[in-house]
Design a protein around this ligand. Structure first.
Ligand SMILES: Cc1ncc(COP(=O)(O)O)c(C=O)c1O
Length: 484
């Protein structure tokens, strides 16, 4: 048995855990190991109806034995998507960080909430240190930050900070939101529009700015739009730039955008949920030049850094704004020691109960070091270069968008009448075969396949196999569809 598990076993035995529970935990450990060793396809694809039919979801009045729970876990592991396999190239995350996985166990073992120092003393010290490390990368030496439930919430928090800065009294009196407008690039993540709804601005007041051929927001178009909106009587309070857009992986020109925002006195929030990790590599950090000129940023460690979901930071240059946005007056007298600036992290969060998401990032960082992160990002970029050049040299494959990050947008190209139908079917068969998982998107009316490198299991040889399977399937489908 693994040494870590032996220690945990001792802890549990000490707290009078029963032998049954002990055997159960041993068996769970064995199942976890066999999951990691398993060479089965990355997904045993079933549609909802058939999966529902074969899954026992009955929650009965009485208890079930541990043997049943073990069978449930086995069943779950059989039908889940094995995101640790090399064929998993779908969303913006993947793989397993062993240290972070162990940290998750410790987090659950020590089950606490991060709101007060009293309840999370060591957790508070660790969270503050890791936030401070990330602030250092972003260039906010006097800033503050918190861990959120994801980049989507980080974007919303950025907008809340922007609105408070714009109208400090609004937090007491409420906001008349109808005139407020936030500007985003046309490639921005959907969470920004959702945040417009949540904070009461309205989706129509989240206005898209034109991007260039790389998918980067155009600073000249931004300046023009601000002028135009102000002439119409609109109140532009926030610009949201993106570092690493979801589909194309583009990086907005932060320096140029910050110049416009500074001139026009508008808050600049950067959605770096996906691309923030560029800061970790001296080779690629230039993609985010100007990040120190922005006012706030969100950065997901659960994406390219491979920390298990959820691990997402929100960082702000002016600490006092975040504290004001999260101010809960005196109504939480039962929890907080004082309303003053304290080490109670609940003063910097929209949540009350909050998981310790910092621990897994902290321990993974200890194990990897700055150098290890840098190497990871550089390796991913090299793999992306590799597969990009394979695609661009292949007669049947077509790159659909220029590349900046590890997103590779391409399609199978042929003399078929309906190229979109072909590529749609291709992705479907890829998934049904269970060896590869990639996502899709629409670019300029084209159905494209988006391959993303954000999984430490991906190698040049898994990429070779992927291209081989794409071409084989493309040729197979080509024969079945009408030609021009
Ligand atoms: C650019 C961008 N921003 C924000 C998000 C949302 O992040 P989360 O899934 O952590 O809420 C995503 C998710 O893919 C993203 O790509």
């Amino acid at each position: 048995m693994n040494e870590n598990l032996r220690i945990i076993r001792l802890i549990w035995l000490d707290s009078h855990i029963s032998m049954d529970e002990m055997q159960f935990l041993d068996s769970v450990y064995e199942l976890a190991v066999s999951y990691l060793d398993d060479e089965r396809p990355l997904v045993d694809y079933q549609n909802f109806e058939s999966l529902e039919k074969i899954t026992d979801t009955n929650l009965q009045h009485g208890p079930m034995p541990y043997e049943q729970i073990l069978l449930d876990i086995q069943h779950y592991l059989k039908y889940c998507v094995k995101t640790n396999q090399s064929g998993f190239m779908n969303p913006l995350w993947g793989g397993i960080s062993t240290v972070a996985l162990a940290s998750e166990l410790i987090t659950s073992l020590t089950n606490t909430s991060m709101y007060t120092f009293e309840l999370a003393p060591i957790g508070t010290v660790i969270e503050k240190s890791i936030i401070s490390k990330m602030l250092g990368y972003v260039g906010y030496p006097d800033g503050a930050g918190t861990f959120t439930t994801g980049g989507s919430n980080g974007n919303m928090l950025g907008m809340l900070c922007a609105r408070l800065k714009h109208n400090p009294m609004g937090m007491h009196t409420g906001y008349d939101n109808r005139n407020l407008v936030a500007l985003v690039s046309e490639e921005s993540h959907y969470s920004v529009v959702m945040a417009g709804n949540v904070i009461g601005i309205g989706k129509e007041n989240i206005i898209s700015i034109k991007s260039d051929s790389f998918g980067r927001m155009r600073a000249d178009a931004l300046a023009e739009e601000i002028k135009h909106l102000r002439a119409e009587g609109k109140d532009v309070f926030c610009v949201i730039a993106t570092s690493g857009t979801t589909v194309k992986g583009s990086f907005d020109p932060l320096k140029e955008l910050a110049e416009v925002c500074f001139r026009e006195n508008i808050w600049l929030h950067v959605d770096a949920a996906w691309g923030g990790s560029a800061l970790l590599s001296s080779k690629h950090t230039h993609l985010m030049d100007g990040i120190d000129l922005a006012d706030s940023v969100c950065w997901d460690a659960h994406k390219m850094m491979g920390i298990p979901l959820i691990c997402s930071s929100f960082l702000v240059k002016d600490e006092s704004i975040l504290a004001k946005v999260c101010n809960h007056t005196k109504s939480a007298h039962y929890l907080f020691q004082s309303e003053e600036k304290t080490n109670d992290l609940g003063h910097y969060s929209l949540q009350c109960g909050r998981r310790n998401d910092a621990l897994k990032l902290f321990l993974a960082w200890r194990q990897k070091g700055d150098e290890g992160w840098s190497r990871l990002i550089d390796t991913y970029m090299k793999l992306a270069d590799y597969v990009e050049s394979k695609i661009s040299l292949h007669a049947r494959l077509e790159l659909v968008s220029p590349r900046e990050w590890t997103n590779i947008c391409f399609r199978y190209s042929s003399e078929i009448i309906d190229q979109n139908a072909l590529n749609k079917e291709l992705r479907k068969r890829l998934m049904q075969n269970g060896n590869f998982m990639v996502s899709k998107a629409m670019i300029d009316g084209m159905y494209i396949i988006r391959l993303v490198i954000s999984n430490p299991e991906i190698t040049t040889s898994s990429l070779d196999n992927f291209i081989e399977e794409v071409v084989r399937l493309g040729e197979e489908i080509e024969k079945e569809l009408p030609h021009k």
